[in-house]
Design a protein around this ligand. Structure first.
Ligand code: PRT
Ligand code: ZN
Length: 286
């Protein structure tokens, strides 16, 4: 049988849909309707294992799966030594210290001697230690935000994205101590055949991720404004320039960073650009 790479992804939760979507955008299809434990893909030799996110680092470490997609928080908390092959930059969140309103928080030192409830004792302990703070982690597996109210902790360290959960439970986000997003992990000692498959997968993934942060623009420009326009666009080796029937004008096309898009757009308008057309890029390489 031909070698296939196996990937562990979250069965159902905050990471599941995005993980599948990323893989699908690499031209790899998997039937996830019948989300059983295992499935094979079409379009690439990839086997899927749908599991709880907490188990993903362990499965990869044990060789049950070759690679996995998991929150950085779960990986760091697991304590396994794996390779982080990519930061996939979705499911971003932060681990924050939160305190009740009457707690006078003045930095991590305020936590000296306090009980801090968390589901991430390893990460919390490391950070407290780095900051020379002695506090007592109270380990809970869920509903961390109610521990202060019920009297088993003085403060908490929990994942936050919008902050609504903290507010609803009468807590204030005091300080972000750690940032997380979804990452792809792999074992260090993968066989050469599997490593080659992973490289192929990563090449596709990089093309997808790069394209997500770019827009493709096409516009007509008075020829004498070309060098100014090129410096506005920046980044790329050179924009593609095509002559137009009217000899005083050219047609220009280029990829532009999404974050700079509006600034570039306004500057091009100022230079006299006309017929500006903007498109999403599906895939791209540097
Ligand atoms: O069943 P399984 O074990 O697989 O899933 P799970 O319930 O353990 O994990 P899941 O699906 O909730 O989260 C998976 C991963 O998503 C986490 O490990 C993080 O890496 C990431 N992530 C991103 C988050 C959040 N954002 C987040 N907001 N994980 C949890 N939360 C919690 C937060 O702690 C709070 O209680 O969601 C609640 C709402 O957050 P606010 O701040 O938006 O109100
Ligand atoms: Zn979990």
């Amino acid at each position: 049988m031909d070698t296939a790479l196996s990937i562990a992804i979250q069965k159902s939760g905050r990471l599941s849909e995005k993980s599948l979507e990323m893989i699908r955008s690499c031209g790899i299809d998997v039937n996830a309707d019948s989300r059983v434990l295992k499935a094979s893909a079409s379009g690439f030799p990839l086997d899927f294992l749908f599991v709880r996110d907490d188990d993903i680092p362990q499965y990869v470490a044990d060789g049950v799966a070759d690679i996995g997609i998991v929150g950085r928080n779960e990986y760091d908390e697991s304590g396994f030594d794996l390779e982080i092959v990519r930061d996939l930059k979705f499911a971003s969140c932060r681990l924050s210290i939160a305190v009740p309103h009457d707690f006078e928080y003045k930095g991590l030192k305020s936590l000296e001697g306090k009980r801090i409830a968390t589901s991430y004792p390893r990460i919390l302990t490391r950070i407290l230690k780095e900051n020379g703070v002695n506090a007592e982690p109270v380990v809970v597996s869920g509903s961390v935000e109610i521990t202060v109210e019920v009297g088993i902790a003085d403060a908490i360290a929990d994942l936050v994205s919008t902050g609504t959960t903290l507010k609803m439970n009468g807590l204030e986000e005091a300080e972000c101590i750690y940032r997380s997003s979804a990452i792809m992990i792999a074992r260090h000692d993968m066989k050469a055949e599997k490593k080659a498959l992973l490289e192929r997968l990563l090449e596709r993934l990089d093309a997808v991720m790069l394209a997500r942060h770019k827009k493709y623009i096409l516009f007509n420009l008075p020829k004498d404004k070309l060098s100014q326009a090129a410096s506005v666009i920046g980044g790329m080796k050179s924009p593609t320039v095509t002559p137009l029937m009217d000899e005083g004008w050219v047609s220009v096309q280029s990829a532009v960073d999404e974050g700079r898009f509006w600034a570039v757009f306004e500057e091009l308008r100022r230079l006299g650009a006309e017929g500006i057309l903007v498109m999403n890029i599906e895939k791209m390489t540097e």
